[in-house]
Design a protein around this ligand. Structure first.
Ligand code: NAD
Length: 444
């Protein structure tokens, strides 16, 4: 992958975020092996919602001797629901699992943690940490897991603002020095059809343009409840607040944008786009847009047209397309066609895997062997930044350059994480939140 600035060394020089101590070799103890006297690989789960429960199940369904030993969530009810799911009688799935998932749960009351600081309490018990909270917290949680020398599975996106991207890049460099395996849940990298298409990307010649779509009805809404503080309300309805979610261009469409970056082997240098909210604009819809269309430009002049829309009863498509001088890659169809449209490669979809499981199979196999094999955080950060650049472009309506956006200092996080503290964005007296306005909203 051609990271912006070409190499980490250049990145160190250019960004100045990797100053001082990080260049000193850290203490490598426990850095590339797990800590137990037996062969048990201990896992802590941070963020016990839908994906956290799924990821824990997948970790416990690998061939290795894995145990869930600690859980952390902002809310006790979420943690309890996850624990109940993981310990239910029927959790025996998992192609590779030795024994049922529920037998691999060893989380007594004293290793269940809740609140904003729960992650700090759960991480010390583990060899591997699963980070699956809303993405606003990811930089902070990733930093802590790296500091404590843990292997990591973290969900995408890995940040919601440029300041968070920089924190993740800094911690990623430290993770590399400590030889900590880091897998990011951009699972198309672990999906057979994408991997086979990637091997054959040369057959389409030079990439000249690409398209990416995440168009569908949208996601859940958790309406405000009586007696909630503003902080609790936003935490429970997190999808609609950028300090937690980053808008759906970052939260979901990152998957498609990342595929194009991966196949291009680089990241865009600038973006411009348009977007807004036409359908999803109620009080419980916070501040995010319901559509974005962004033109990303790469250094070689090639263009990615990216579109994402959350509007019911409109065309649904979650897919990518890459056009080269000699042909096209159609990702959802898993086909490569030549310039005349003749199919020159077609992936047999019967061979498709469950990439969510493969991520964990490969990660835990590497950890058990003591191998250092995965360093996904840097690409995760740069693909996250690509999606943030897109959001900054649609919110402002300006042409935004990568370097200026990354160095804009935009930091959406609250100063204080507390149930009674004011979140960074609050509603007006009618209960509506401020929404970005192209032409008025400014970033650089
Ligand atoms: N790779 C994929 O295809 C995929 C699919 C779904 C979700 N995800 C990602 O997983 C992440 C979580 O999504 P989800 O659908 O599970 O959401 P969710 O709301 O179901 O779960 C999030 C959980 O994190 C908890 N949480 C919030 N803040 C916390 C904090 N500071 N400390 C500890 N716990 C905290 C919440 O209470 C909740 O239980 C998101 O980043 C999302 O993009 C990825």
């Amino acid at each position: 992958m051609n990271f912006p600035g070409n190499s980490r060394r250049d990145f160190v020089k250019q960004s100045g975020v990797l100053a001082g101590g990080l260049l000193i070799l850290p203490n490598l103890s426990k850095a590339n092996f797990f800590s137990g006297a037996d062969d048990v690989i201990k896992v802590a789960l941070v963020g016990c919602g839908g994906r956290g429960t799924g990821a824990a199940m997948q970790a416990l369904s690998t061939k290795q001797n894995v145990k869930l030993v600690a859980m952390a969530d902002a809310f006790r009810d979420k943690l309890d629901a996850c624990y109940k799911n993981l310990t239910a009688e029927n959790t025996t799935e998992g192609a590779n699992a030795k024994g049922s998932v529920k037998d691999k749960i060893d989380v007594p009351e004293e290793r269940k943690f809740t609140g904003f600081d729960a992650y700090q309490k759960a991480i010390p018990f583990a060899d591997v940490v699963i980070l699956a909270t809303p993405p606003g917290f990811r930089p902070m949680h990733f930093e802590e897991a790296v500091k404590q020398s843990k292997h990591i599975f973290m969900e995408k996106p890995v940040a919601v603002d440029p300041a968070g991207v920089k924190r993740v890049l800094e911690a990623a460099a430290m993770a590399k020095q400590k030889k900590l395996n880091v897998v990011v849940g951009l699972q198309r990298h672990y999906q057979n059809s994408y991997r086979e298409l990637y091997k054959r990307k040369g057959t389409i010649g030079d990439i000249v343009s690409a398209q990416a779509w995440w168009n569908n009805d949208g996601v859940w809404v958790n309406k405000r409840k009586y007696n909630q503080t503003e902080m609790e309300y936003q935490m429970r309805n997190w999808y609609y607040f950028n300090w937690l979610c980053g808008d759906h261009i970052t939260e979901q469409h990152i998957h498609n944008i990342d595929v194009i970056n991966w196949f291009k082997g680089s990241y865009p240098i600038k973006a411009q786009g348009m977007g807004g909210r036409q359908v999803r604009k109620g009080k419980d819809h916070g501040e995010i847009f319901d559509h974005h269309f962004v033109e990303f430009e790469y250094a070689d002049g090639s263009i990615l047209n990216s579109q994402c829309r959350h509007q019911p009863k409109t065309m649904s498509r979650v897919d990518e397309l890459i056009v080269g001088t000699k042909g096209r890659i159609q990702f959802d169809a898993a086909k490569i066609v030549d310039a005349k449209g003749k199919v020159i490669y077609s992936y047999n979809k019967e061979m498709e895997n469950n990439p969510y499981q493969t991520e964990h199979d490969e990660l835990f196999a590497a950890i058990a062997k003591g191998d250092y094999k995965f360093s996904d955080a840097e690409n995760g950060a740069y693909s996250t930044m690509t999606s943030i650049l897109g959001r900054m472009a649609t919110y402002s309506g300006q042409v935004l350059e990568w370097d200026k956006a990354l160095n804009s200092g935009l930091d959406l996080q609250p100063k204080v994480y507390d149930w009674n503290a004011a979140p960074p964005i609050v509603p007006n007296e009618d209960g509506f939140y401020p929404v970005a306005t192209p032409g008025i909203t400014k970033y650089v």
